[in-house]
Ligand binder design. Structure first.
Ligand SMILES: O=C(O)CCc1cccc(O)c1O
Ligand SMILES: [Fe+2]
Length: 315
């Protein structure tokens, strides 16, 4: 029953670039607040809702949602590579309960995750395997995407499952908010890259290096105003944060994917937040206990960190 939540944006540029001391200290303080919250809550299990950037999920078989029974991270952009400690029996019971509750999902006994899972686990716990983790993939990069309502229902079903149990569960959502990072799409990628988006072959060393330098260069352009990618949308980000932190989750059902995409291809990652907040919401009213937001072009991210726990309204 005891649930708590921590949602945070991610960006590989947080790890692989050096920014002004002021910016780095500001972001570090927010991540430290999240870490203190997680440590204080001392979860028995962590559910990480995270997208993927064509590192673990490909068009040869692209599910909208997938719960991992066992999982490793690929170490893209120098993020932590290794094996998660997935409580397989609990993950199976969770998947079973979600299916019984009316939301279809896939499962994987060999799930691959990227920086979107590795970064929050490192920031919150210092390691991939410090706590039992159930990874939940939420497709946000590979069109077509379903309606936000289905992501909300997925989160709610997971929240109802844990609401009937005794484990202390930290719900983690990773990604967003507005941002338009240089992630390929099947429609627009050159042939060799499009083939990889389908087959899932590993990036060559040269391709990985180009992706790395390309992301760094894009962050510099976004920060100096010369980028041709979509700008960050602080007003939209703030509206989103107000909705999720106030419990107005069903209002998001009216947000279309076309409109969300106006705020960058990465803006679809708000799905991870919606799933995590909906899981918390399923257990009753909640209150946000921490909220950080800063548009950070240097990181290509409308960068937010929030924590929440049951409370407010009826409590
Ligand atoms: O994996 C990729 O290629 C995209 C990585 C990436 C870059 C900037 C900001 C992000 O939030 C992000 O995820
Ligand atoms: Fe991302």
């Amino acid at each position: 029953m005891p649930l708590a939540l921590c949602c945070m944006s991610h960006s590989p540029l947080l790890d692989i670039t050096e920014q002004s001391p002021e910016l780095e200290a500001d972001v570090r303080a927010a991540l430290s607040a999240a870490r203190a919250f997680a440590e204080d809550f001392a979860p028995d299990v962590v559910v990480v809702f995270a997208p993927d950037h064509f590192n673990g999920f490909f068009y040869r078989l692209m599910p909208p949602f997938c719960v991992g029974m066992a999982a490793t991270t690929v170490g893209d952009y120098g993020s932590l590579a290794g094996t998660l400690h997935v409580p397989t029996g609990l993950a199976q019971a969770c998947a079973q309960a979600v299916l019984a509750d009316g939301v279809d999902l896939s499962i994987s006994h060999r799930m691959k995750l990227d920086h979107s899972s590795a970064q929050p686990l490192r920031e919150l716990f210092g390691a991939l395997d410090a706590r039992p983790v159930i990874p939940v993939f939420i497709n946000a990069a590979a069109a077509p995407l379903g309606p936000l309502a289905r992501t909300r229902q997925l989160g709610a079903a997971i929240g109802r499952f844990f609401g009937r149990r005794d484990e202390r569960v930290l719900l983690v959502g990773s990604g967003g908010l507005s941002h338009d990072p240089p992630v390929p799409t099947l429609d627009s990628a050159p042939a060799a890259m499009a083939e990889r988006l389908v087959s899932g072959r590993p990036l060559t060393i040269e391709e990985a290096a180009r992706k790395h330098t390309g992301a760094i260069a894009e962050g510099l352009r976004l920060a100096d105003g010369s980028s041709e990618r979509r700008p960050l949308s602080p007003a939209w980000d703030t509206e989103f944060l107000s909705l999720v932190t106030s419990g107005a989750l069903t209002e998001l059902d009216g947000w279309s994917n076309d409109e969300i995409g106006q705020h960058g291809s990465g803006a679809h990652e708000i799905r991870a937040w919606i799933a995590a907040y909906s899981a918390l919401d399923a257990a009753g009213p909640y209150e946000a206990t921490y909220r950080y937001y800063r548009p950070i072009p240097e990181y290509i991210a409308g960068f937010a960190v929030t924590t929440a726990r049951p409370g407010g309204a009826d409590n």
